[in-house]
Design a protein around this ligand. Structure first.
Ligand SMILES: NC(=O)c1ccc[n+]([C@@H]2O[C@H](COP(=O)([O-])OP(=O)(O)OC[C@H]3O[C@@H](n4cnc5c(N)ncnc54)[C@H](O)[C@@H]3O)[C@@H](O)[C@H]2O)c1
Ligand SMILES: N[C@H](CO)Cc1c[nH]c[nH+]1
Ligand SMILES: [Zn+2]
Length: 430
């Protein structure tokens, strides 16, 4: 049962609640941390053999081979519902169009005689994408990860995802991978999938960067391998915070909260409102709607552990709680949502008004649904083209310009006691 916290009775309880939500952060899961470390070490040492063992243990299937074949991908695509293929194609096009706007160009500055400076952009060559598949298949996540990588010009996209009990990968996931242009697909979920991408195995190529969301095991594994490879962010169990006033429809608010609660028992769904009446109506609606949903058990646990309805004394207080929680998804269901945008400092994605519900962003609108969770929206951004691009600096001085500035450079080098650095300049002008 979701709890209602009324801040007119004092703010202590809200602060405690916010702390509890923030403690949900992967940093607090000591036991999970240790078991993920063990999985990663074993995969690094024993490679494919360890993946096969962990897949049997966690996904309940003994694999003969880890890689998905071209034929399996073709067959999956051809057996998919054509209407689903059309919807995925349209969603992919929206994601492509949105991410194309994020492309930055290399630049050169040559307005000073004899000097040329600049920056060139290159795609990361090999990228690993994680696509969740433990409790639900996520074809939409294939698009969200692979399409921006393609837009950036990544040349090799390696995907890992957990297999089903029969040893296959969900056909809709494979179809989405074909639509998005994924190069190779491996049946490896959780921490073992992340370790395979980070260190490489006999079957899985080592990549330079790993992106994509997943459950707590995936999120922690990414944090542990960071440094051996780059990662995008911590994109763990889903979250939604609805910021609503008395104009909001309780049926819509409850439905949107439930859309994220159904992802995971560790998902978090919060309503912050200035209307006491709305708070109680949403609580009722949550119970009514949950009763008919297929993932009722997950939802009930998630709402009881990480759900909350907070009644704030006014909109300023409501906004300040929102910024402190820094949710993955924020819905503004208020009279004038556009006027509120500038007050929001921390959120992965902001949905404006009653007709921009969160699943519009999950599946279709174009912005990425791989987003920072556990308050990390305070410093991380949504997955985007930038995540797949790196930069190199360009530096050119001609002889005259270097001679003109040689004394300053030598001065700094000698101040650092680095005479070889100073000599590299001096040697050119003896
Ligand atoms: N933040 C985002 O952008 C975003 C986007 C989509 C989905 N998600 C999240 O992705 C997650 C999907 O979770 P899922 O579980 O369905 O799929 P998943 O693929 O993330 O995880 C399944 C894997 O977890 C591992 N695992 C399960 N129990 C384990 C145990 N006891 N010990 C070690 N490993 C274990 C297994 O290897 C299994 O293959 C949800 O939390 C959802 O909220 C987040
Ligand atoms: N809401 C998830 C991100 O937290 C993304 C997703 C994919 N499919 C459905 N939802
Ligand atoms: Zn979702």
């Amino acid at each position: 049962m979701i709890k209602i916290i009324n801040t007119t009775n004092g703010t202590e309880e809200v602060q405690k609640e916010i702390e509890a939500l923030l403690n949900r952060s992967q940093l607090e899961f000591g036991e999970v941390n240790r078991s993920v470390e063990d999985i990663i070490t074993k995969v690094r040492d024993e490679k494919d053999k360890a993946i096969i063992e962990f897949t049997e243990k966690f996904d309940g299937v003994k694999l003969d081979s880890i890689e998905v074949t071209e034929q399996e991908i073709e067959d999956a695509y051809n057996s998919c519902d054509p209407e689903l293929i059309a919807a995925l194609e349209e969603a992919a096009e929206n994601v492509r169009e949105y991410h194309q706007k994020q492309l930055s160009n290399s630049w050169i500055q040559n307005d000073k005689k004899g000097i040329m400076l600049g920056q060139i952009y290159n795609p990361v060559e090999k990228v690993g994408i994680y696509v969740p598949g433990g409790t639900a298949p996520y074809p939409s996540t294939v698009l969200m990860n692979a399409v921006p990588a393609k837009v950036a010009g990544v040349s090799e996209i390696i995907m890992v995802t957990p297999p089903s009990k029969d040893g296959s990968v969900n056909k809709n996931i494979l179809a989405a991978a074909k639509i998005a242009g994924v190069d190779r697909i491996f049946k490896a979920g959780g921490a073992q999938g992340i370790a395979a991408l980070a260190f490489g195995t006999e079957s899985v190529p080592k990549v330079y960067k790993i992106v994509g969301p997943g459950n707590i095991y995936v999120a922690i594994a990414k944090r542990i391998v960071y440094g051996y490879v780059d990662i995008d962010m911590i994109a763990g169990p889903s979250e939604i915070l609805v910021l609503a006033d008395e104009t909001a429809n309780p049926e819509y608010v409850a439905a949107d909260m439930l859309s994220q609660a159904e992802h995971d028992t560790l998902a978090s769904s919060i309503l912050v409102t200035t209307s006491e009446e709305l708070a109680y109506k949403v609580k009722e609606e949550l119970a009514v709607q949950t009763a008919s949903l297929s993932r009722k058990d997950i939802i009930e646990k998630s709402l009881a552990d990480f759900g909350a309805i907070i009644i704030a004394k006014d909109m300023d207080e409501a906004i300040s709680y929102t910024n402190e929680i820094a949710p993955e998804h924020l819905e503004l269901i208020v009279k004038s949502p556009f006027e509120m945008i500038s007050s929001i400092k921390n959120a992965g994605a902001i949905f404006l008004g009653a007709y921009s519900p969160e699943p519009l962003g999950d599946y279709f609108a174009g912005p990425n649904h791989t987003l920072p969770t556990s308050s990390t929206a305070k410093f991380y951004s949504p997955l985007g083209v930038d995540d797949f691009v790196k930069k190199s600096s360009l530096i050119f001085y001609d002889r005259e310009r270097l001679e003109e500035k040689k004394d300053q450079i030598i001065k700094i080098a000698e101040a650092e006691g680095l005479t070889a650095h100073a000599n590299s300049i001096k040697v050119r002008f003896k």
